[in-house]
Design a protein around this ligand. Structure first.
Ligand code: IVH
Length: 682
């Protein structure tokens, strides 16, 4: 089919858009659209160029991968071009890849070196006689930018290699990235200084790498992972597999991914993809897929390259965590503590593996900073189990925008004043339990699994119970009966009976759960447990003064004041008195100072050889000790196991006592974890 004017116009427009997005992404480090949208435009252009060869032109964005080197850095030509990878999006794509590999090599089943696809920037590190002499970005694949001074600031990049067995010239390739934690730290600083926030770790890393002042780069604490080699003179004998090269690089002290593995056949690849996918959100850095590389180098050579990508490797991508959609409305939700949260109602969009219809806008300052309005096209992010958020607005001059959004000064639910205290980011309704929204949230919290665990008392039911004024406080739950429940929508006999049974069951609880269920500000599950153990019963807790509360390990002045404030409210006293008619718990002797570990705070870190975290915690607590989540000057002992990380470092820097599992068991008077284990499972 001949190229018509309309198609030519579409091609021109796609090229203009892609160039614009390229510029925003690679030069400004400030993308307007999510990667998924860029990929779609790119693929559409690729498809049109394939269909109409007469439209192909060397200035098309499909011809260049990445941006031109900036003038500030000198050009760094690559002796061996830095290529890109083809992508697989579905299991079928991977199946086809594995089939092509098997057909081209004649193998029945193929071993693949598999590793994460880091979401950072490709760099090349050249070592001469074991010394880092050049570090370069990828640039357009044949020429990058010389960023040696900046790469030298990356702590994990070796400046000098161990003397033995290193070839005269060695080029190592890998990815520079910013960990999530570093990204949070960087943006927190930007926020404090009222400066522009970085869109994601990748862009923050790109910005840091292209700093003209290497001191700024050093400040950004970039990370590096090696994933292969480029130019090299003679390699040591026996390096005939990619996995062997990676092991060798690890021995040369290059950081390599701890997630790397060797997988066999299609099933092995897909297993790896799902396994890493399940842990994706908890990795310390972002990844956008995994990479499969034929492990045997001889087979890699057999397969060779097609245009700009190797035939022996492929990137299997995860669903994008960012997508675009339209803001249909902005609503204000009132939380349990009265916090007003602006929430964007969205045109449904599939992102991070689920369909998202609402995304948080966090608070007033965030909405103002991002200037999100009804009618805007926005980028939405949903990573792992984190609640979806609106990242930014996609500028569109042609589109009519709603008015600037402002949080109301009165609670949208109860009409009480909504006040933002000095130095606080959130505006709060002062209505307390007079406010239906807060009452509903308080009830939901009271019934939640880790509190009173009343199964079946969900949002829809609580809405009805509160709206019809059948329930005002948690104590009213215990007065519900089948006849009254039957009047509710969608409440059959069976569900009414189940709900009543769950309410009955919650009557016997523990003091810790009850204290947590009250929803005292700043009192989470762990603090509730500490309070219960320390006071043994509710009466002494209610009667405690500031000093006595602060005697509880890890309870500081803020938490103590929250507890005092809560119990001093007459309304709360009434609700508690009413609840006491229905709910009971075993009273325990307050932890006496005589308990062997009383007054001692432990922190567990790393993997212990014989005990799970929960077991160790239970054993310490059984003897009156306390287990805290983070290391502080108040920590008495840090129990460290294998692969203990930052907590151990902090413990060392604070000069705390660090013990292993054996020493812990000795303190506990048990030195055989198996025996303890058996006892617990008996
Ligand atoms: S191998 C011949 N391995 O993905 C291909 N690349 O699309 C050499 N990347 O520019 C690349 N993690 O920046 C390889 N484990 C990994 C990777 C990886 C991330 C990036 C790299 C490259 C791009 C290719």
């Amino acid at each position: 089919m001949a190229l018509d004017a309309a198609t030519q116009a579409e091609i021109d427009s796609l090229r203009r858009s892609l160039e614009h997005h390229n510029y925003c992404y690679h030069v400004l480090d400030a993308p307007e659209v999510p990667d998924a949208e860029y990929d779609r435009l790119f693929q559409r252009l690729q498809a049109l160029e394939a269909q109409y060869p007469e439209a192909v032109s060397p200035d098309s964005p499909t011809w260049r991968v990445g941006a031109a080197p900036s003038e500030a850095f000198s050009p760094a030509p690559h002796a061996v071009p830095m290529l890109s990878l083809n992508n697989a999006f579905t299991d079928e794509d991977v199946e086809a890849f594995d089939r092509r590999v098997r057909e081209a090599t004649g193998a029945d089943i193929v071993a693949y070196a598999v590793e994460p696809k880091f979401d950072g920037l490709a760099v090349s590190l050249t070592y001469e006689a074991g010394v880092l002499v050049r570090g370069a970005t990828r640039g357009d694949g044949s020429t990058g930018e010389d960023v040696t001074a900046n790469l030298r600031t990356v702590r994990s990049i070796p400046l000098r290699l161990p003397a033995a067995g290193v070839p005269p010239v060695l080029e190592v390739r890998g990815e520079v990235l910013m960990t999530r934690r570093e990204f949070e730290r960087l943006n927190a600083g930007q926020r404090l200084r009222d400066e522009r926030l970085f869109a994601n770790p990748r862009n923050a890393a790109a910005g840091a790498l292209r700093q003209l002042d290497p001191r700024v780069t050093a400040d950004r604490r970039l990370s590096f992972f090696a994933y292969g080699i480029g130019d090299a003179t003679v390699l040591p004998e026996g390096l005939d597999r990619h996995s062997a090269i990676m092991d060798w690089l690890a021995r040369l002290r290059f950081p390599v991914s701890p997630e790397r593995a060797v997988a066999t056949g299609l099933a092995g690849l897909l297993d790896y993809y799902r396994g890493v996918g399940a842990r994706r959100g908890s990795l310390p850095y972002e990844i956008d897929g995994v990479v499969y590389k034929v492990d045997e180098l001889r087979k890699q050579e057999q397969l060779g390259f097609v245009s700009r990508a190797p035939r022996f490797a492929i990137a299997h991508k995860y669903p994008p965590e960012e997508e675009m959609t339209e803001v249909l409305g902005i609503e204000v939700q009132v939380g349990r503590t009265g916090a007003l949260t602006p929430v964007a109602r969205l045109h449904p969009v599939f992102v991070g593996g689920v369909t998202v219809t609402n995304a948080t806008l966090h608070n007033e300052d965030e909405v103002r900073r991002k200037d999100v309005r009804v009618g805007d096209t926005v980028v939405v992010r949903r990573a792992g189990d984190v609640i979806p958020e609106v990242l930014r607005v996609v500028p569109d001059a042609a589109r009519a925008r709603g008015p600037v959004f402002e949080l109301p000064e009165r609670c949208p639910v109860c009409g009480s004043a909504a006040i933002r205290e000095e130095g606080e980011a959130v505006r709060r309704c002062v209505g307390g339990l007079f406010c239906q929204a807060q009452r509903k949230q308080a009830l939901l919290h009271f019934a939640s699994r880790r509190a009173m665990d009343i199964e079946g008392l969900g949002e829809r039911l609580v809405d009805q119970l509160v709206d019809r004024e059948m329930v005002r406080t948690p104590a009213d739950l215990y007065a519900l009966d089948a006849a009254r429940l039957s009047r509710l929508d969608r409440m059959g006999e069976r569900s009414a009976a189940n709900l009543l049974a769950a309410i009955q069951q919650s009557r016997n609880t523990t003091l810790a759960r009850f204290v947590f269920a009250l929803g005292i500000r700043n009192v989470g599950e762990a603090t509730a447990r500490d309070l219960a153990r320390h006071f043994g019963d509710l009466a002494p807790l209610r009667a405690a003064g500031l000093e006595q509360l602060m005697a509880v390990p890890d309870v500081g002045p803020v938490v103590a004041q929250s507890i005092l404030d809560f119990f001093s409210q007459p309304h709360n006293g009434e609700v508690i008195d009413a609840l006491r008619q229905h709910v009971s718990w075993p009273v325990e002797a307050p932890v006496a100072a005589a308990a062997p570990l009383a007054g001692l705070t432990f922190v567990l870190t790393g993997t212990l050889p014989g005990l799970s975290r929960d077991q160790a915690r239970a054993m310490i607590e059984a003897q009156g000790g306390k287990v805290a989540g983070s290391v502080s000057a108040r920590t008495h002992f840090v129990v460290a196991g294998a692969e203990a990380g930052s907590k151990l470092e902090k413990a060392r820097s604070l000069g705390l006592k660090i013990i292993d599992e054996g020493a812990l068991l000795q303190m506990l008077g048990t030195d055989d974890p198996d025996r303890q284990h058996d006892r617990e499972n008996a």
